[in-house]
Design a protein around this ligand. Structure first.
Ligand code: TNX
Length: 550
């Protein structure tokens, strides 16, 4: 080779080696923003296909998760070994370590890039998953040969213990694969709870063995409303719609979620929202001689009879079915609904009235509380604590139930003052079935206006509670995704992104670290590319549709 050839060769060599080494994504772009980031200008750790993942036994599943995610994101296919069983001479490691000393809080992790290794420390599954998620955000979203990750020390933990996303699979049902994808979205955003709304007026969506008609009848509706429920005249399609998740499918989802540090709280909604139940078993209704249909329309409150009658068969049913579902889910929490229970059907029913008298209940509200307390008792036998929508407080309920407040601050304050733990889930701004724009051509939604900015600026702890030192009763918050007008996975994604990303920072990051301008910057540089990588839909107009466009 002549000198000239050598020069060309060297130039080409340099060009390729530089283009194959990719600089990591900036630590300044992480969402939700970590508690503490200490950057060092000095070194970096280079990760290529020869680096190895080394893990403590507790984190075996999470090592598998990291390996899989890293390969999908970057093409880097790392070997993974149990700590102490590393093979051969390996220069760089990603270590996943159990460390109850350095890690002082639940769900906390530290991530250190230093010397030859990247090390994540945690003392529980969730903490490790969050460390991994942060690490994945430091890797580029493209196929690479080698990544240079600059030295850094991150210490991170959540502001709130309860960080939830809900999904209604009744009004519309979604494929199991999408339920898993939804769980991946939660894990990425460092949420820890998936609230799975499994029964309602329009159907039962979980296999029940003890009362099979819940599935053969209750899981199917004969038609579905077209357009908005306030449209007149109402129009319906004529397609039988429904289905349910089998117990094996539910087990599969629970396992999938557990690896990702997500617990699943099932909801079976009683004593209202029970139209599908009484369609299957009219004997549990206030009109046992009636053949009810599974609801084909939305918004049942007061419009159509959907409540349970307090009779012995109903309570036997509640005990059996709630216990059957409780056995399936490992979560210590169970959601029993309790919302929007219309009283007019109980008022008009002599059996219900007699029951109220015989049990010395004050009125129909007392009866509602009676249903909740009985069912909470059945669940307690299975070791579960209950969560209910804030209407469970309409009567005098003991304080062990957690209140999920979909009202405003007022209801949250009332519940906390009565010494209930509270999950804030106010319709404004945490109902993601509400509009995120005022564009008349926007995709159909229920009503309201909850733009991304309002979600980002939502403060879960009302000032009044802080002043009374009752703020610790607010254990977190949750966004709800009711699906009357959400008929496909892509529409779910359109409704949750970027609002869910905004909420992740409300729930995770220290309040004083929040900054909406910077959030939007990170959204554009780091998160929207993620949505694209996931092939996920999202709402693009979040900058135009600001809070003040009310
Ligand atoms: C009220 S909020 C409901 C749901 C509806 C939702 C629509 C709550 C606990 N119940 O049944 O789907 O409004 O936004």
């Amino acid at each position: 080779m002549t000198f000239k050839h050598w020069r060309t060769f060297l130039a080409l060599f340099l060009f390729f080696s530089i283009s194959l080494t990719t600089i990591a994504q900036s630590v300044d772009d992480i969402v939700p923003r970590p508690v503490e980031v200490k950057k060092s200008r000095r070194g970096h750790v280079s990760i290529d296909g020869k680096a190895q993942i080394v893990f403590d036994k507790q984190f075996t599943d999470q090592a598998g998760f990291l390996k899989e995610m890293l390969a999908a994101q970057t093409g880097l296919n790392l070997q993974s070994n149990l700590n102490g069983q590393s093979t051969g001479k390996v220069k760089h490691h990603i270590r996943l370590l159990f460390d109850a000393k350095a890690i002082s809080k639940a769900e906390m992790y530290t991530l250190t890039v230093k010397g030859k290794d990247i090390t994540i420390r945690a003392k529980d599954t969730a903490g490790m998953v969050y460390g991994i998620q942060t690490l994945l955000q430091l890797f580029p979203l493209k196929q690479v040969e080698k990544v240079k990750v600059p030295d850094v020390a991150i210490t991170d933990y959540p502001r709130f213990a309860y960080r939830g996303m809900h999904l209604d699979v009744v009004r519309h049902m979604f494929p199991l694969e999408f339920i898993k994808k939804y769980i991946d979205y939660l894990a990425f955003h460092k949420f820890n709870t998936f609230h799975w709304h499994l029964s309602d007026d329009q159907g039962w969506r979980i296999e029940i063995e003890s009362y099979p008609k819940l599935n053969s009848i209750g899981s199917w509706r004969e038609a579905t409303l077209i357009g908005h429920f306030k449209d007149t005249p109402a129009r319906y399609d004529s397609t039988r719609y429904g289905g349910f998740y089998t117990k094996n499918e539910v087990r599969e989802v629970i396992k999938y979620a557990a690896v990702r540090g997500i617990r699943i709280i099932p909801e079976i909604d009683i004593p209202g929202h029970s139209r599908a139940t009484i369609a299957a078993y009219p004997e549990f209704s206030t009109r046992p001689d009636t053949t009810w249909n599974v609801a084909t329309t939305w918004g049942m409150y007061n419009r159509q009879n959907n409540v349970l009658q307090p009779n012995p068969a109903t309570f036997k049913f509640l005990k059996t079915v709630f216990q059957e579902v409780a056995e399936l889910f490992p979560s210590e929490y169970f959601h029993l609904g309790g919302d929007e229970c219309s009283k007019i059907w109980w008022k008009a029913d002599s059996v219900s009235q007699q029951f109220i008298k015989d049990h010395n209940l004050k009125d129909e509200k007392g009866l509602q509380t009676y249903f909740i307390e009985q069912t909470a008792g059945y669940l307690q036998e299975k070791g579960k604590k209950v969560i209910g929508w804030h209407e469970i407080l309409e009567g005098d309920l003991d304080t062990s139930a957690i209140v999920m407040n979909w009202g405003g601050e007022k209801e949250g304050i009332a519940a906390a003052t009565r010494k209930h733990k509270v999950i804030m889930s106010p319709g404004k701004p945490l109902y993601f079935d509400h509009y995120q724009s005022k564009d008349p051509n926007d995709s159909l939604a229920i009503h309201g206006y909850n733009p991304t900015e309002s979600v980002y600026n939502f403060e879960p702890v009302p000032d009044a509670l802080r002043q009374q030192k009752l703020d610790s009763y607010i254990i977190g918050a949750q966004a709800n995704v009711w699906t009357e007008y959400i008929g496909s996975p892509a529409k779910v994604e359109y409704m949750i992104f970027p609002r869910m990303t905004a909420l992740s920072e409300v729930l995770w990051s220290p309040k004083e670290k929040k900054d909406y301008e910077d959030f939007k910057r990170r959204l554009k540089t780091a998160i929207i590319p993620r949505y694209n990588f996931w092939k996920s839909a999202y709402f693009k107009g979040f900058e135009t549709w600001t809070t003040d466009k009310q």
